[in-house]
Ligand binder design. Structure first.
Ligand SMILES: [Zn+2]
Length: 446
């Protein structure tokens, strides 16, 4: 008993002052539908799934670009870009085993039981007409044995069906449709060894492994489904490029009209992958652009005695960790880590007045403000302005100073290029919110 007490006391003594929990990493469903909903009804509904295995970034990156950079004009595209989100964030094929083997039988005690139930419900939703499950596969599938990398045992650069057709009203002729897609995609692929091939696994003829997969579950519920594989021999943005070629060929063929906000080249895909990576904590009280963030962001003012709550600008972004160190992960990659400083929050201030290159503007806290030459935060009675990286001897409140890029110490920027800086507002010891100032014209301001 005495010993027990001692252990308890020791435990109490080492309890951290701040104890925070993070939201559970669950997949998200994004319905990309036309602004004019009547057009949504005119076309079919395509369900795209990415990240069933956590270490296949080509597939989940392409799926997330469908969420962030495509506008659907006719029909609907439903996207689950991060099915196995926890494994994606931990860069593992499957931290609880292979999720793509859990669709025939699964014990209710399986840690992924609920996830599987949820995705099965989406797959079997009456609205869904056709399903694409995106993968990155090893090597290059080929009907013939060419060499160790190109042979029937490989999966990369293939479109997979479980059987030639299923009995359903729309899109049931899987082989015919697949053959069309493959020839359409290959028209844009010069290199013969990189061309797509249709692979029929003939699952119903006794393929015990394939019987447990998502696509086999789908076709047995009268939903046409294809596996799409890009080769793991390529870098992520090239895999995403091939996935998007296949996705667009499907959309065109089945009558889904779309626009995309980048050109379909590997270079532009790489840019698009990193252009919407904002992270907003506590209703935009803290806003960070983590696309090109420094390795470590210090003294980020997080809320005292509260669980971490944030909204991510991209479905593959997540914050992991605890108490005094949080990693910001983007898919399989680590973008930055946040060292928090905990504050009580004050909600009395929503806007600030500031001069941006000489023009007075009213800015809501939680905004990004583009600056060419200089900015000046107008003083607010009772509040203190802290421009992170700017110091003037004897100055406590940094409002009413015209600040140029050269006045701020570069290493305090959010980004590696030293263009984005934090401006934080405090009331006494309480934190009120921040804006990000983004310098767009470094040459002229120095
Ligand atoms: Zn896979």
């Amino acid at each position: 008993m005495e010993r027990y007490l001692l252990i308890c006391l020791l435990f109490l003594a080492t309890l951290p002052v701040q104890s925070t929990t993070l939201p559970h990493l669950e997949f998200s469903l994004h319905k990309n539908i036309p602004a004019n909903t009547r057009n949504a009804v005119k076309g079919p509904t395509l369900l795209v799934i990415g990240g069933i295995q956590g270490d296949e970034p080509g597939g989940f990156t392409a799926a997330s670009l469908l969420v962030t950079h495509y506008k659907i004009k006719t029909g609907q595209v439903w996207i689950v870009p991060n099915l196995n989100f926890e494994s994606i964030i931990k860069r593992s094929r499957g931290i609880y085993g292979d999720m793509n083997r859990k669709f025939s039988k699964l014990k209710a005690t399986d840690p992924e039981f609920k996830t599987i139930q949820k995705i099965k419900q989406i797959i079997t939703s009456p609205d869904v007409d056709i399903i694409l499950n995106l993968h990155d596969g090893s090597g290059f599938y080929n009907e013939q044995y060419v060499d160790a990398l190109h042979n029937p045992q490989r999966w990369g650069q293939s479109l997979i069906i479980d059987q030639a057709s299923i009995a359903t009203e729309k899109f049931g002729h899987l082989e015919t449709l697949g053959t069309h897609i493959v020839s359409r995609v290959n028209a844009s692929i010069q290199q013969p060894l990189h061309q797509y091939r249709l692979k029929n696994t003939h699952t119903a003829l006794g393929d015990k492994e394939m019987e447990k997969t998502l696509t086999y579950f789908a076709i047995n519920h009268a939903k046409p489904a294809f596996g799409v594989e890009a080769s793991k021999s390529f870098l992520t943005h090239r895999r995403a490029y091939y996935h998007l070629l296949v996705l667009e060929a499907f959309m065109s063929r089945i009558g889904i009209k779309f626009e995309r906000t980048f050109t379909l080249t590997e270079t532009d895909i790489k840019k698009a992958m990193y252009d919407k990576l904002q992270l907003a904590f506590y209703n935009k009280k803290v806003l960070l652009d983590v696309a090109n963030a420094r390795k470590k962001l210090n003294y980020v003012p997080l809320k005292k005695n509260a669980d971490i709550a944030y909204i991510a600008g991209n479905p593959l972004l997540a914050v992991v960790g605890k108490n005094n160190r949080f990693n910001v992960r983007y898919g399989n990659r680590n973008l930055t880590y946040i060292k928090p400083a905990y504050f009580e929050y004050d909600n009395s201030l929503e806007n600030i007045k500031m001069s941006v290159d000489g023009t007075v503007k009213n800015i809501s806290l939680g905004s990004v403000v583009d600056v060419q030459h200089d900015f000046n935060i107008h003083s607010i009675a009772g509040y203190r302005v802290n421009v992170i990286g700017f110091t003037r001897k004897g100055v406590y409140d940094e409002s009413n100073h015209t600040i140029k890029l050269k006045h701020i110490r570069r290493r305090f920027s959010v980004d590696k290029q030293s263009k984005i800086f934090r401006v934080e507002i405090y009331q006494g010891k309480k934190y009120c919110g921040m804006i990000l100032v983004r310098f767009n014209n470094i040459k002229q301001t120095t």
